[in-house]
Write a protein that binds this ligand. Structure first.
Ligand code: ATP
Length: 240
């Protein structure tokens, strides 16, 4: 059974249509990379799946239940966790407090403080540090750890590499590696196409709020995706 089904989703910011009639499904354990240029609608789509943005129309079904109108915190309790772009930690709280607050609001499961620290050992010496004082990589690890503390069945990762040094990006992906092999269903927004292809089983490329290209990652190369990225891959290209 599909764990996630997005049907004909349309999302707006005022008069601007950011997501235009998008539909796709995900099987449990799948890793989907969402790519596309700035402003293509990736963040709005992820936020709508998480319940942080109200879609104008369409439907989101999770684990067989229609969650389109469900508030974000109730979706967390069902197993949907978003790691937002820009991380959005509670800057004045310590790393440990950020993690524990999330743990109190999620599902029960194998992810607890020791498990998160095993996955992100760089956080061990920083548990009592104010999260606002951490490096970008440590903040990203905390943000992912916070999502994991809710024991998600669907993890939504929005541009986890943004603003990090190449070394910190490698470190974050190394930690994500174990998670990706563990059967958690993941949607990851990633600007680095090489990495997006490497970590995912399927790719969706968005252009101006719609799906420009969708396919198995193993069957797509960077040239094809780049063409879709810039709108050079449309069906209408063959139209007179
Ligand atoms: P990026 O990589 O820059 O984050 P994105 O693909 O995630 O881009 P979105 O952030 O979803 O795209 O933005 C889609 C469109 O909606 C863009 O035109 C953007 O300017 C607009 N938009 C996003 N958030 C808002 C907002 N809060 N108010 C008004 N317009 C918004």
């Amino acid at each position: 059974m599909n764990i996630l089904s997005v049907e004909n989703l349309e999302c707006r910011h005022g008069l601007l249509v950011a997501v235009r009639g998008i539909s796709f499904t995900m099987a449990e354990g799948e890793i989907l990379a969402l790519v596309g240029a700035n402003g293509a609608g990736k963040t709005t789509l992820l936020r709508s799946i998480a319940g942080a943005h109200n879609p104008a129309s369409g439907r989101v079904t999770f684990d067989g239940q229609d969650v389109t109108k469900l508030r974000a915190y109730k979706r967390v309790a069902r197993g949907i966790a978003l790691v937002p772009e820009g991380r959005r930690l509670f800057a004045d709280m310590t790393v440990e407090e950020n993690l524990r607050v999330a743990g109190a609001h999620g599902r029960k499961g194998t992810w607890d403080l020791p498990a998160v620290l095993d996955a992100f050992p760089q956080l061990k010496p920083k548990l009592k540090a104010r999260s606002g004082d951490l490096s970008g990589g440590q903040q990203q690890a905390t943000a992912i750890g916070r999502a994991l503390m809710t024991n998600p069945r669907l993890l939504l990762l929005d541009e986890v590499s943004l603003g990090l040094s190449p070394l910190a990006v490698d470190q974050v992906y190394e930690s994500l590696n174990g998670l990706m092999n563990s059967g958690t269903t993941i949607i990851i927004v990633e600007q680095d196409l090489r990495r997006a292809i490497a970590v995912s089983s399927r790719i969706i490329c968005m252009l101006e709020g719609a799906i420009a290209l969708e396919g198995a990652s193993a069957a797509l190369d960077r040239e094809v995706i780049t063409a879709a990225y810039f709108g050079l891959h449309r069906q209408t290209d063959t139209a007179p």
